[in-house]
Design a protein around this ligand. Structure first.
Ligand SMILES: Cc1cc2nc3c(=O)[nH]c(=O)nc-3n(C[C@H](O)[C@H](O)[C@H](O)COP(=O)(O)O)c2cc1C
Length: 374
Protein backbone atom coordinates (compact mmCIF):
# COMPACT_ATOMS: atom_id res chain seq x y z
CA UNK A 1 0.00 0.00 0.00
CA UNK A 2 1.43 3.42 -0.88
CA UNK A 3 3.25 5.06 1.95
CA UNK A 4 3.62 1.92 4.09
CA UNK A 5 6.04 -0.59 2.57
CA UNK A 6 9.43 0.54 3.77
CA UNK A 7 12.00 -0.92 6.05
CA UNK A 8 13.75 2.32 7.02
CA UNK A 9 13.30 3.00 10.72
CA UNK A 10 11.93 6.41 11.65
CA UNK A 11 14.85 8.65 12.32
CA UNK A 12 16.06 12.12 11.78
CA UNK A 13 15.11 13.80 8.52
CA UNK A 14 18.65 15.07 7.96
CA UNK A 15 20.07 11.54 8.30
CA UNK A 16 17.60 10.25 5.72
CA UNK A 17 18.52 13.08 3.33
CA UNK A 18 22.23 12.32 3.70
CA UNK A 19 21.78 8.62 3.03
CA UNK A 20 19.54 9.18 -0.03
CA UNK A 21 21.08 12.15 -1.84
CA UNK A 22 24.65 11.00 -2.45
CA UNK A 23 26.94 9.54 -5.03
CA UNK A 24 28.13 6.00 -4.52
CA UNK A 25 31.73 5.61 -3.42
CA UNK A 26 34.17 6.17 -6.24
CA UNK A 27 31.53 6.81 -8.87
CA UNK A 28 31.40 10.61 -8.78
CA UNK A 29 35.14 11.01 -9.37
CA UNK A 30 35.17 8.49 -12.20
CA UNK A 31 36.39 10.27 -15.31
CA UNK A 32 35.87 7.64 -17.92
CA UNK A 33 34.74 4.10 -18.27
CA UNK A 34 35.81 1.50 -20.74
CA UNK A 35 35.27 -2.19 -21.22
CA UNK A 36 36.09 -4.04 -18.00
CA UNK A 37 37.58 -1.08 -16.15
CA UNK A 38 34.82 -1.34 -13.57
CA UNK A 39 34.44 -4.58 -11.72
CA UNK A 40 35.20 -7.32 -14.28
CA UNK A 41 32.42 -9.68 -15.21
CA UNK A 42 32.61 -12.99 -13.43
CA UNK A 43 32.64 -15.27 -16.46
CA UNK A 44 32.13 -18.47 -14.47
CA UNK A 45 29.06 -17.05 -12.78
CA UNK A 46 27.80 -15.77 -16.11
CA UNK A 47 28.19 -19.19 -17.75
CA UNK A 48 26.21 -20.72 -14.89
CA UNK A 49 23.46 -18.20 -15.58
CA UNK A 50 24.09 -16.35 -12.32
CA UNK A 51 25.22 -12.79 -11.74
CA UNK A 52 28.28 -12.35 -9.52
CA UNK A 53 27.92 -10.44 -6.28
CA UNK A 54 29.77 -7.43 -7.62
CA UNK A 55 27.65 -7.35 -10.73
CA UNK A 56 24.54 -7.56 -8.57
CA UNK A 57 25.75 -4.64 -6.44
CA UNK A 58 26.36 -2.60 -9.60
CA UNK A 59 22.85 -3.30 -10.89
CA UNK A 60 21.33 -2.34 -7.55
CA UNK A 61 23.34 0.84 -7.55
CA UNK A 62 22.11 1.71 -11.05
CA UNK A 63 18.53 1.28 -9.76
CA UNK A 64 19.34 3.47 -6.74
CA UNK A 65 20.29 6.31 -9.10
CA UNK A 66 17.02 5.77 -11.01
CA UNK A 67 15.00 6.18 -7.80
CA UNK A 68 16.44 9.68 -7.34
CA UNK A 69 14.26 10.84 -10.25
CA UNK A 70 11.25 13.09 -9.70
CA UNK A 71 7.71 11.72 -9.84
CA UNK A 72 4.26 13.29 -9.61
CA UNK A 73 3.45 13.93 -5.89
CA UNK A 74 6.70 11.97 -5.20
CA UNK A 75 4.51 8.86 -5.42
CA UNK A 76 7.46 6.91 -6.87
CA UNK A 77 5.10 5.01 -9.15
CA UNK A 78 7.74 2.50 -10.23
CA UNK A 79 9.06 -1.00 -9.67
CA UNK A 80 12.38 -2.32 -10.97
CA UNK A 81 13.24 -5.78 -12.18
CA UNK A 82 16.92 -6.62 -12.43
CA UNK A 83 17.93 -9.20 -14.98
CA UNK A 84 21.29 -10.23 -16.31
CA UNK A 85 21.20 -8.15 -19.51
CA UNK A 86 18.59 -5.57 -18.68
CA UNK A 87 16.79 -3.60 -15.98
CA UNK A 88 13.06 -3.09 -16.49
CA UNK A 89 10.99 -0.28 -15.00
CA UNK A 90 7.37 -1.29 -14.43
CA UNK A 91 4.52 1.08 -13.61
CA UNK A 92 3.27 0.65 -10.02
CA UNK A 93 -0.43 1.24 -10.53
CA UNK A 94 -1.09 1.15 -6.79
CA UNK A 95 0.69 4.54 -6.75
CA UNK A 96 -1.45 6.28 -9.34
CA UNK A 97 -2.77 9.76 -8.62
CA UNK A 98 -6.11 9.42 -10.42
CA UNK A 99 -7.51 12.87 -9.71
CA UNK A 100 -4.65 15.03 -10.92
CA UNK A 101 -3.55 12.43 -13.48
CA UNK A 102 -6.60 10.42 -14.62
CA UNK A 103 -4.97 9.10 -17.81
CA UNK A 104 -1.62 8.18 -16.15
CA UNK A 105 0.21 10.74 -18.29
CA UNK A 106 2.37 11.96 -15.39
CA UNK A 107 2.92 8.36 -14.28
CA UNK A 108 4.58 7.51 -17.61
CA UNK A 109 6.48 10.81 -17.67
CA UNK A 110 7.80 9.85 -14.21
CA UNK A 111 8.93 6.46 -15.56
CA UNK A 112 10.76 8.39 -18.28
CA UNK A 113 12.54 10.53 -15.67
CA UNK A 114 13.65 7.39 -13.80
CA UNK A 115 14.69 5.77 -17.08
CA UNK A 116 16.96 8.70 -17.93
CA UNK A 117 18.77 8.45 -14.59
CA UNK A 118 19.02 4.69 -15.11
CA UNK A 119 20.57 5.13 -18.58
CA UNK A 120 23.09 7.71 -17.30
CA UNK A 121 24.12 5.47 -14.38
CA UNK A 122 24.32 2.35 -16.59
CA UNK A 123 26.66 4.19 -18.95
CA UNK A 124 28.94 5.22 -16.09
CA UNK A 125 29.20 1.55 -15.13
CA UNK A 126 30.24 0.66 -18.70
CA UNK A 127 26.94 -0.55 -20.17
CA UNK A 128 25.43 0.70 -23.42
CA UNK A 129 22.20 1.71 -21.65
CA UNK A 130 19.98 1.49 -24.73
CA UNK A 131 16.31 2.06 -23.85
CA UNK A 132 13.37 0.12 -25.23
CA UNK A 133 9.76 1.19 -24.88
CA UNK A 134 6.95 0.76 -27.36
CA UNK A 135 3.20 0.30 -27.44
CA UNK A 136 3.96 -3.46 -27.53
CA UNK A 137 5.93 -3.44 -24.26
CA UNK A 138 2.92 -3.39 -21.87
CA UNK A 139 4.00 -0.17 -20.26
CA UNK A 140 7.39 -1.60 -19.28
CA UNK A 141 10.52 0.47 -19.96
CA UNK A 142 13.67 -1.64 -20.43
CA UNK A 143 17.27 -0.52 -20.36
CA UNK A 144 19.87 -2.81 -21.90
CA UNK A 145 22.91 -3.83 -19.87
CA UNK A 146 25.16 -4.96 -22.68
CA UNK A 147 28.79 -4.04 -22.03
CA UNK A 148 29.88 -1.13 -24.18
CA UNK A 149 33.29 -0.85 -25.78
CA UNK A 150 32.94 2.92 -25.98
CA UNK A 151 34.90 5.12 -23.61
CA UNK A 152 32.50 7.61 -22.09
CA UNK A 153 33.34 10.45 -19.76
CA UNK A 154 31.04 10.45 -16.70
CA UNK A 155 28.79 13.23 -17.92
CA UNK A 156 27.98 16.39 -15.97
CA UNK A 157 24.35 15.26 -16.18
CA UNK A 158 25.15 12.04 -14.30
CA UNK A 159 27.18 13.96 -11.76
CA UNK A 160 24.22 16.28 -11.14
CA UNK A 161 21.78 13.46 -10.22
CA UNK A 162 22.11 13.70 -6.40
CA UNK A 163 21.99 17.51 -6.47
CA UNK A 164 18.82 17.92 -8.58
CA UNK A 165 15.60 18.99 -6.88
CA UNK A 166 12.29 20.64 -7.74
CA UNK A 167 12.77 24.02 -6.11
CA UNK A 168 9.39 25.44 -5.09
CA UNK A 169 10.54 28.92 -4.10
CA UNK A 170 10.97 32.41 -5.49
CA UNK A 171 13.98 32.80 -7.75
CA UNK A 172 16.11 35.92 -8.21
CA UNK A 173 14.29 37.27 -11.28
CA UNK A 174 17.47 37.62 -13.36
CA UNK A 175 17.58 36.43 -16.98
CA UNK A 176 19.85 33.59 -18.08
CA UNK A 177 22.61 33.99 -20.67
CA UNK A 178 22.09 32.80 -24.25
CA UNK A 179 24.68 30.00 -23.85
CA UNK A 180 22.81 28.72 -20.76
CA UNK A 181 19.53 28.75 -22.68
CA UNK A 182 21.18 26.93 -25.58
CA UNK A 183 22.48 24.19 -23.27
CA UNK A 184 19.05 23.77 -21.65
CA UNK A 185 17.36 23.60 -25.05
CA UNK A 186 19.84 20.98 -26.28
CA UNK A 187 19.61 18.84 -23.13
CA UNK A 188 15.80 18.88 -23.22
CA UNK A 189 15.46 17.91 -26.87
CA UNK A 190 14.75 14.27 -27.74
CA UNK A 191 12.99 12.16 -30.28
CA UNK A 192 9.67 13.86 -31.08
CA UNK A 193 9.83 16.02 -27.92
CA UNK A 194 11.44 19.43 -27.46
CA UNK A 195 11.20 22.28 -24.98
CA UNK A 196 9.85 25.66 -26.06
CA UNK A 197 11.66 28.22 -23.91
CA UNK A 198 9.63 31.33 -23.10
CA UNK A 199 11.60 34.22 -21.66
CA UNK A 200 9.61 37.29 -22.76
CA UNK A 201 7.46 39.18 -20.24
CA UNK A 202 4.29 38.88 -22.29
CA UNK A 203 4.43 35.11 -22.80
CA UNK A 204 5.35 34.51 -19.14
CA UNK A 205 2.30 36.56 -18.10
CA UNK A 206 0.14 34.48 -20.46
CA UNK A 207 1.38 31.24 -18.87
CA UNK A 208 0.71 32.74 -15.45
CA UNK A 209 -2.87 33.47 -16.49
CA UNK A 210 -3.42 29.80 -17.47
CA UNK A 211 -1.66 28.54 -14.35
CA UNK A 212 -3.91 30.67 -12.14
CA UNK A 213 -6.99 29.41 -13.96
CA UNK A 214 -5.86 25.78 -13.54
CA UNK A 215 -4.87 26.31 -9.92
CA UNK A 216 -8.28 27.80 -9.12
CA UNK A 217 -10.06 24.85 -10.76
CA UNK A 218 -7.93 22.32 -8.87
CA UNK A 219 -8.16 23.93 -5.44
CA UNK A 220 -11.94 24.23 -5.87
CA UNK A 221 -12.14 20.46 -6.51
CA UNK A 222 -12.48 18.59 -3.17
CA UNK A 223 -11.18 15.35 -4.74
CA UNK A 224 -7.99 17.13 -5.84
CA UNK A 225 -7.49 18.56 -2.35
CA UNK A 226 -8.09 15.12 -0.73
CA UNK A 227 -5.57 13.46 -3.05
CA UNK A 228 -2.98 16.16 -2.43
CA UNK A 229 -3.46 15.90 1.34
CA UNK A 230 -2.98 12.12 1.12
CA UNK A 231 0.53 12.68 -0.31
CA UNK A 232 1.60 15.53 2.01
CA UNK A 233 3.97 14.43 4.76
CA UNK A 234 3.24 17.02 7.44
CA UNK A 235 5.74 15.77 10.01
CA UNK A 236 9.35 14.67 9.65
CA UNK A 237 8.48 11.34 11.27
CA UNK A 238 5.88 10.45 8.64
CA UNK A 239 8.15 11.65 5.81
CA UNK A 240 10.98 9.43 7.06
CA UNK A 241 8.68 6.48 7.79
CA UNK A 242 7.07 6.46 4.33
CA UNK A 243 10.05 7.72 2.31
CA UNK A 244 7.65 9.19 -0.25
CA UNK A 245 5.19 12.04 -0.74
CA UNK A 246 5.53 15.78 -0.35
CA UNK A 247 7.31 16.76 2.86
CA UNK A 248 6.19 20.08 4.38
CA UNK A 249 9.79 21.20 4.44
CA UNK A 250 10.18 20.92 0.66
CA UNK A 251 7.49 23.55 0.16
CA UNK A 252 8.98 25.88 2.75
CA UNK A 253 6.57 24.99 5.56
CA UNK A 254 7.63 23.90 9.04
CA UNK A 255 7.00 20.23 9.90
CA UNK A 256 4.07 19.76 12.30
CA UNK A 257 2.15 16.73 13.61
CA UNK A 258 -0.29 15.33 11.04
CA UNK A 259 -3.42 16.27 13.00
CA UNK A 260 -2.32 19.90 13.10
CA UNK A 261 -0.96 19.93 9.55
CA UNK A 262 -4.28 18.67 8.19
CA UNK A 263 -6.22 21.36 10.00
CA UNK A 264 -3.91 24.13 8.84
CA UNK A 265 -3.92 22.76 5.28
CA UNK A 266 -7.73 22.68 5.17
CA UNK A 267 -7.87 26.22 6.55
CA UNK A 268 -5.13 27.85 4.51
CA UNK A 269 -5.11 26.03 1.16
CA UNK A 270 -7.33 28.50 -0.71
CA UNK A 271 -7.27 29.76 -4.32
CA UNK A 272 -6.37 33.40 -3.58
CA UNK A 273 -3.25 32.97 -1.42
CA UNK A 274 -2.07 30.03 -3.56
CA UNK A 275 -2.54 32.06 -6.76
CA UNK A 276 -0.63 34.97 -5.22
CA UNK A 277 2.22 32.62 -4.37
CA UNK A 278 2.14 31.13 -7.87
CA UNK A 279 2.36 34.63 -9.36
CA UNK A 280 5.38 35.49 -7.19
CA UNK A 281 7.06 32.22 -8.17
CA UNK A 282 6.43 32.64 -11.90
CA UNK A 283 7.32 36.34 -12.02
CA UNK A 284 10.60 35.66 -10.20
CA UNK A 285 11.65 33.10 -12.84
CA UNK A 286 14.02 33.67 -15.74
CA UNK A 287 11.76 31.73 -18.06
CA UNK A 288 9.38 28.86 -18.64
CA UNK A 289 9.99 25.64 -20.56
CA UNK A 290 7.07 23.85 -22.22
CA UNK A 291 7.87 20.26 -23.15
CA UNK A 292 5.87 19.63 -26.31
CA UNK A 293 5.63 16.32 -28.16
CA UNK A 294 4.54 15.91 -31.76
CA UNK A 295 2.52 12.76 -30.91
CA UNK A 296 0.33 12.15 -27.85
CA UNK A 297 1.03 8.55 -26.86
CA UNK A 298 2.77 6.58 -24.10
CA UNK A 299 6.11 6.43 -25.93
CA UNK A 300 6.20 10.22 -26.19
CA UNK A 301 5.17 10.59 -22.52
CA UNK A 302 8.17 8.45 -21.50
CA UNK A 303 10.34 10.46 -23.91
CA UNK A 304 9.03 13.74 -22.41
CA UNK A 305 10.15 12.46 -18.99
CA UNK A 306 13.62 11.68 -20.32
CA UNK A 307 13.85 15.12 -21.95
CA UNK A 308 12.70 16.92 -18.81
CA UNK A 309 15.13 14.94 -16.68
CA UNK A 310 18.11 15.85 -18.89
CA UNK A 311 16.93 19.48 -18.84
CA UNK A 312 16.71 19.44 -15.04
CA UNK A 313 20.12 17.80 -14.67
CA UNK A 314 21.70 20.26 -17.11
CA UNK A 315 20.09 23.11 -15.17
CA UNK A 316 21.46 21.66 -11.91
CA UNK A 317 24.94 21.40 -13.44
CA UNK A 318 24.73 25.12 -14.30
CA UNK A 319 23.43 26.09 -10.84
CA UNK A 320 19.96 26.84 -12.26
CA UNK A 321 16.82 25.78 -10.35
CA UNK A 322 13.53 24.58 -11.77
CA UNK A 323 10.03 23.62 -10.64
CA UNK A 324 6.86 22.38 -12.28
CA UNK A 325 3.81 24.58 -12.80
CA UNK A 326 1.71 21.96 -14.57
CA UNK A 327 -1.75 23.37 -13.82
CA UNK A 328 -2.29 24.51 -17.47
CA UNK A 329 -1.77 20.96 -18.81
CA UNK A 330 -3.55 19.01 -16.07
CA UNK A 331 -7.07 20.26 -16.76
CA UNK A 332 -8.10 18.90 -20.21
CA UNK A 333 -10.18 21.91 -21.30
CA UNK A 334 -7.44 24.31 -20.30
CA UNK A 335 -4.77 22.14 -21.94
CA UNK A 336 -6.48 22.44 -25.34
CA UNK A 337 -6.54 26.25 -25.04
CA UNK A 338 -2.96 26.28 -23.79
CA UNK A 339 -1.82 24.09 -26.71
CA UNK A 340 -3.50 26.44 -29.21
CA UNK A 341 -1.70 29.43 -27.66
CA UNK A 342 1.80 27.96 -27.37
CA UNK A 343 2.34 24.66 -29.18
CA UNK A 344 2.68 23.97 -32.90
CA UNK A 345 -0.39 22.39 -34.57
CA UNK A 346 -1.12 18.91 -33.14
CA UNK A 347 1.64 19.30 -30.53
CA UNK A 348 0.83 18.12 -27.00
CA UNK A 349 2.23 20.28 -24.18
CA UNK A 350 3.28 17.65 -21.60
CA UNK A 351 4.97 19.66 -18.89
CA UNK A 352 5.30 23.28 -17.83
CA UNK A 353 8.48 24.12 -15.93
CA UNK A 354 9.81 27.43 -14.63
CA UNK A 355 13.53 28.03 -14.21
CA UNK A 356 15.93 30.60 -12.80
CA UNK A 357 18.53 31.12 -10.11
CA UNK A 358 17.72 30.95 -6.42
CA UNK A 359 18.32 29.28 -3.08
CA UNK A 360 18.05 25.52 -2.63
CA UNK A 361 15.08 24.14 -0.70
CA UNK A 362 15.02 21.17 1.74
CA UNK A 363 15.06 17.81 -0.06
CA UNK A 364 12.29 15.28 -0.57
CA UNK A 365 12.88 11.65 0.42
CA UNK A 366 12.87 8.28 -1.33
CA UNK A 367 11.84 4.75 -0.32
CA UNK A 368 14.63 2.25 0.19
CA UNK A 369 15.64 -0.05 -2.68
CA UNK A 370 13.96 -3.13 -1.26
CA UNK A 371 10.58 -1.37 -1.49
CA UNK A 372 10.92 -0.92 -5.27
CA UNK A 373 12.78 -4.06 -6.40
CA UNK A 374 10.73 -6.96 -7.73
C1 LIG B 1 5.34 14.18 -14.20
C2 LIG B 1 5.57 15.06 -13.00
C3 LIG B 1 4.64 16.04 -12.69
C4 LIG B 1 4.84 16.89 -11.61
N1 LIG B 1 3.95 17.90 -11.37
C5 LIG B 1 4.21 18.79 -10.39
C6 LIG B 1 3.38 19.93 -10.21
O1 LIG B 1 2.42 20.16 -10.96
N2 LIG B 1 3.68 20.80 -9.22
C7 LIG B 1 4.77 20.62 -8.41
O2 LIG B 1 5.00 21.45 -7.53
N3 LIG B 1 5.57 19.55 -8.56
C8 LIG B 1 5.34 18.64 -9.54
N4 LIG B 1 6.18 17.59 -9.73
C9 LIG B 1 7.38 17.47 -8.89
C10 LIG B 1 7.26 16.37 -7.84
O3 LIG B 1 6.33 16.72 -6.85
C11 LIG B 1 8.66 16.14 -7.26
O4 LIG B 1 9.45 15.57 -8.26
C12 LIG B 1 8.64 15.23 -6.06
O5 LIG B 1 7.97 15.84 -5.00
C13 LIG B 1 10.03 14.84 -5.60
O6 LIG B 1 10.79 15.96 -5.32
P1 LIG B 1 12.21 16.19 -6.02
O7 LIG B 1 11.98 16.22 -7.50
O8 LIG B 1 12.69 17.54 -5.51
O9 LIG B 1 13.11 15.07 -5.64
C14 LIG B 1 6.00 16.72 -10.80
C15 LIG B 1 6.92 15.72 -11.12
C16 LIG B 1 6.72 14.91 -12.22
C17 LIG B 1 7.76 13.88 -12.59
Amino acid sequence: MPGKATSRKPGRYADAVRSIWRHSDGVESRESVQRNDTVPLDEAARQNGAISQNEDAIRRDIVRYATLAPSGHNAQCWRFQIEDHCISILPDLSRRTPVVDPDDHHLYVSLGCAAENLVLAAQVYGFDGALRFSSASDGVVSVSLIRSSAIRPASPLFQAIPYRQCTRAEYDGRPLGSEELRLLQAAGTGSGVAPILLTGHESIEKVLESAVQGNTMQISNPAFVDELEHWIRFSDAEAVRTGDGLPSRATGNPPVPRWLGRRLFRMLFRPQPENDRLARHIRSSAGIALFVSNVDDRAHQVEAGRCYQRFALQATALGIRNAFINQPVEEPALRREFARAFAPADGRPNLVVRFGRGQKMPRSLRRPLEAVLL
